[in-house]
Design a protein around this ligand. Structure first.
Ligand code: C5P
Length: 218
């Protein structure tokens, strides 16, 4: 059997990574978190004093940014210039930066090439914003996960608190709304439900229920 892909898109905090990871585990295929790649580009900018809001500045250093994805015990690791940065890319500053660099065409082209290569060589569950619409238009199953802004902010808040990161709920909600706007209004490959994607509102569903729904679709 050839390789196949499951595309999971949706806004920040809709549950993409949690769900995608579990679906991948059930099917014994790899999970690819594409947001981590944009986060790694943002981290590079922050560490090297590059203004991530400046298209020109980011484009200038793009050739110095090498991003690789590896998998260790079912978990994705993200390698930036030979350094494992998996645990460094979850800060709110990196979140903001990732959504900024993700509007830059040259950045997207570079990330999409890496993503398509992985999907060419493996069966994958890939999550992001543009997987069903742009990266893998031939994905076997496309899911668009949503949830109310309040619910999404609640989940992010809980996740950060559990990691011991100090944060404010209202601020998180504001950040999420801002990223939603950035992601869905950018010119190239914006966040959008693919015509052939199945939309699942996770506001009132638990994780197992969503995973089951996707396995059923298969
Ligand atoms: O999914 P995550 O929140 O980690 O993604 C971080 C940012 O990367 C998003 O806000 C979005 O701007 C960008 N992104 C994207 N396309 C993807 C995945 C993420 O533009 N496929």
């Amino acid at each position: 059997m050839g390789h196949f892909a499951i595309a999971i898109d949706g806004p920040a905090g809709a549950g993409k990574s949690t769900i995608a990871k579990l679906v991948a585990k059930k099917l014994n295929i790899i999970y690819v978190d594409t947001g981590a790649m944009y986060r790694a580009v943002a981290l590079y900018c922050i560490e090297n004093s590059i203004d991530y809001n400046s298209k020109e500045e980011v484009e200038k250093v793009l050739d110095n940014i090498d991003i690789k994805i590896t998998h260790k015990d079912n978990n994705q690791r993200i390698i930036l210039n030979n350094k494992d940065v998996t645990d460094l890319i979850r800060s709110t500053e990196v979140s903001k930066g990732s959504s900024a660099v993700a509007t830059i065409y040259a950045v997207r082209i570079k990330m999409v090439e890496i993503q398509r290569n992985i999907a060419k060589n493996n069966s994958v569950v890939m999550d992001g914003r543009d997987i069903g619409t742009y990266v893998l238009p031939n994905a076997k199953i496309k899911v668009f996960l949503t949830a109310s802004v309040d619910e999404r902010a609640k989940r992010r808040h809980k996740e950060l608190i559990e990691k011991g990161i100090k944060c404010d709920f209202e601020q998180i909600k504001k950040d999420i709304e801002e990223r939603d706007k950035n992601d869905s209004t950018r010119e190239f490959a914006p966040l959008k439900k693919a015509d052939d994607a199945v939309e699942i509102d996770t506001t009132k569903l638990n994780i197992e229920e969503v995973v089951e729904k996707i396995i059923e679709l298969l």
